[in-house]
Design a protein around this ligand. Sequence first.
Ligand SMILES: [Zn+2]
Length: 473
Amino acid sequence: MPFDQPPAPAAAVAPATPPRDTALVIDGATVIDVESGNRLTGARVVIRQRRIVDVGPAARVAMPTDALRIDGRGGFLIPGLWDMHVHSAYAGLGNLLLPLYIANGVTGVREMFGQLFAMKAYRAQIDTGALIGPRIVGSGHILDGPKPIWPGSVTARTPEQGMRAVDSLKAAGADFIKVYSVLPPDVYRAIATRAKAVGIPFAGHIPGGVNAMEASALGQHSAEHLTGIPLSCSRDEVAIRRMRDSVKADTDYPAAQALGRALGSRVIDTFDAEKCAAIYREFVANRTWQVPTMTVNYSISHLDQMTATDPRLAYIPKFLVQGWDPKTDFRLKALTPADWENSRKTWALNQRILREMVQAGVPILAGTDVLNPFCMPGFSLHDELRYLVEAGMTPLQALQAATVNPARFLAATDSLGTIARGKVADLVLLDADPLVEIGNTTKIRAVIAGGRAYDRTRLDAILAEAKARNAGN
Ligand SMILES: [Zn+2]
């Protein structure tokens, strides 16, 4: 992971960033310990060279003489938020999308499929201050079967090709391998073995042909969208898998879609809570992180009813919003009203599964699926936190899913995830207490990203610029 390196050498400094050797101090805020839920009132946080160098009661922590001071009084300081499932690293989109994360307190993202070269370029530009944006980890590409769902996928037909793809993606700089839906099961198993052998995590969709329990046992690091869990929890799993086999649904997306529609609500109606509980226990035992992405699960299952009235859409490029239409989305355009009703049932089942996973202690990460319909960079992460609370998490647990859990997932707790000496200075100063009401994460007074400070005026300027650009075309 890129986090554990010392700060980069002196770089072009973005406006409002203190010079390299000047301290930045956040004074008087209540610091929230997202591990324990404890609050430290009247705290002083001192930042130098992109790191937190001291944090404690103002009476103990000396005020540096050279400090740029941010008034934290009345505010609540939390670690920078992470969106653990986004798609924004595409050439030409960086300056349109990445600043919106910062404007919403999202200082880290996990890119789940974009362009590896764009991701690396953005990372470098953000580091120097040439571009405003979050910390990025990512897969670059996705690894799918011989008939991939998306153009631009890396594909593998045989186990040997799968293993070679792992090696080449790793060599190209991917932080992990993103596995996808129509990977043949034998190829998936070979990818899992190879990834383990060469020391790179694999994460993503549980392929349609693979049982969730097996994916967990093979060491898949995270599973997205809850896909694969309903079928794995069905009493009729064996019979349905036989049907999938007969139409080659495991490796052919149109066939899988057609069979899914023919099955109607059968997978949902045969949900077996005990079978599912065993899967949750496996996830806990193997630390298989779940990224339920309720934001996209909601929009994909309600898109026929959604209208573009959300005021936050004013900040999103129009050409993207225009694509968020079920009549043009190849995954959705053939759906009938009856299919949409089944989508709604799937949504309700996903809510139940998430609720049960929270109770079972399954490790969970907050992610939205930015760039999918109505999944907006930065804005939607706050929606996801609300969905997590609706599923039974406390506000503290929801905050953990976007702060310390990503740090644990990335094996970067030495530099990320909490507010402590030595950690990277990624912070959000709120006007109200998020432990009382999770919606308070939207009441942002200031954001510190990699030691660079953005006060409310500057955050508003980022938003105004995005809005003006969209109004013009
Ligand atoms: Zn995605």
